[in-house]
Write a protein that binds this ligand. Structure first.
Ligand code: NAP
Length: 333
């Protein structure tokens, strides 16, 4: 790094790239210096919209741009591995959108590449950087509800998503599990680590992606998780963690909450609300700040979103797909 601010490059120009960039340009310590797209037209339009100085019509030019401290990869999941590997090989640090990759094999390849090259790499699991999720984790770790027995979480969208949408397209890693189910799984694994037992039931689309999936995970401690994701029904997107001496509820938007309710046996419920100074619940600023803090500190991974945790989530997602029979083009039988 050669300047005080952290210089970002944005790879892809879709929905989340725009939302993340809009948050980044509000942060005084961040500078968005370049954007790359598969087409020059799209790169130029994005650059103009956000006032970004350099626009590239291919990813290689962005990867080779030495005046970038970190690249944010915001392609569909199917392209995360190619885009991230290109950047890591060229010496860039990378924040890569969730789900990290299509499968564990691709994830292991990227993690090895980052570690071998001494580059920073993080999955954009913004939930783990959210202040109230960090508060919940601290409460659980401090024993506020005793030993964790049960985790419940769901993430379902009403849609409808037409078969042409990336969420329904096997070639783009479509399906509820990878796009939405990654949040309930990551939530459960934040609290309990990697499960020892995994079962799942799905309803598949004609294209062969999961329209909805129900998961049951188990741990040797005796804990269980009941998780759900859906592309065909708008669920409450709530979560609840029940322990031997109490419970914490997140009534809505569990992966970016604005409040938690702690129920301790024999006591009135306690509410923990988001600090208004933290900005809207949809902000990506906590994740962006964590990336910049780590890079400035010379760290190659974030303690909030450790790569081993990302690999453990990918292992679970692979196991679930094995059970529900979802395989993406190019994956070995
Ligand atoms: N953290 C979050 O809250 C959040 C929210 C939504 C999505 N996501 C994740 O972000 C990623 C992108 O989602 P999105 O909703 O932004 O999708 P999107 O709106 O479809 O945008 C994806 C962008 O990637 C590029 N692209 C499209 N098809 C491609 C292909 N076949 N190969 C390579 N690049 C392609 C395109 O940009 P160019 O035309 O510039 O090449 C496109 O605009 C997904 O992995 C998703 O899971 C995260």
């Amino acid at each position: 790094m050669t300047t005080d601010s952290v210089r970002w490059g944005i790879l892809a120009t879709g929905g989340i790239a725009a939302a993340f960039t809009a948050d980044l340009i509000d942060l005084p310590e961040a500078e968005v210096v370049a954007v790359a797209s598969r087409t020059e037209t799209s790169a130029n339009a994005f650059a103009e919209r956000f006032g970004i100085p350099r626009a590239y019509g291919d990813w290689e030019a962005l990867a080779q741009d030495e005046d970038i401290d970190v690249v944010y990869v915001a392609t569909p999941h199917s392209a995360h591995r190619t885009a991230t590997a290109l950047c890591l090989k060229a010496g860039r640090n990378v924040l890569c959108e969730k789900p990290f990759t299509l499968n564990l094999r691709e994830a292991e390849e990227l993690v090895a590449l980052a570690r071998d090259n001494g580059r920073f790499l993080m999955e954009a699991m913004w939930m783990y950087c959210n202040p109230l999720i960090r508060r919940l984790k601290a409460l659980v770790d401090d024993g506020a509800i005793g030993d964790v027995r049960t985790v419940q979480a769901d993430f379902g969208l009403e849609g409808p998503f037409p078969p042409s949408h990336r969420l329904r397209d096997p070639a783009q890693g479509g399906g509820a599990l990878l796009d939405l189910g990654v949040y309930p799984v990551s939530f459960a694994q934040l609290l309990l680590g990697e499960p020892s037992g995994i079962s799942a039931q799905s309803v598949l689309s004609a294209e062969g992606v999961d329209l909805q999936t129900a998961l049951a995970l188990s741990w040797d401690s005796g804990a269980l998780a009941a998780l759900h994701c859906s592309l065909v029904g708008g669920t409450g997107v709530s979560a609840s963690v029940t322990g031997s001496r109490g419970r914490i509820d997140i009534p809505s938007g569990f992966f970016h909450p604005d409040r938690l309710v702690l129920h301790r046996a024999g006591r009135d419920p306690e509410e923990f609300a988001a600090d208004p100074a933290d900005g809207p619940r949809t902000t990506f600023r906590h994740e962006a700040r964590e990336v910049m803090r780590a890079i400035r500190a010379g760290e190659t991974e974030s303690p909030l979103v450790p790569l081993d945790g990302t690999l453990a989530v990918m292992r679970t997602l692979d196991a679930v797909r094995e059970r529900i029979g979802v395989r993406y083009p190019g994956e070995a039988a």
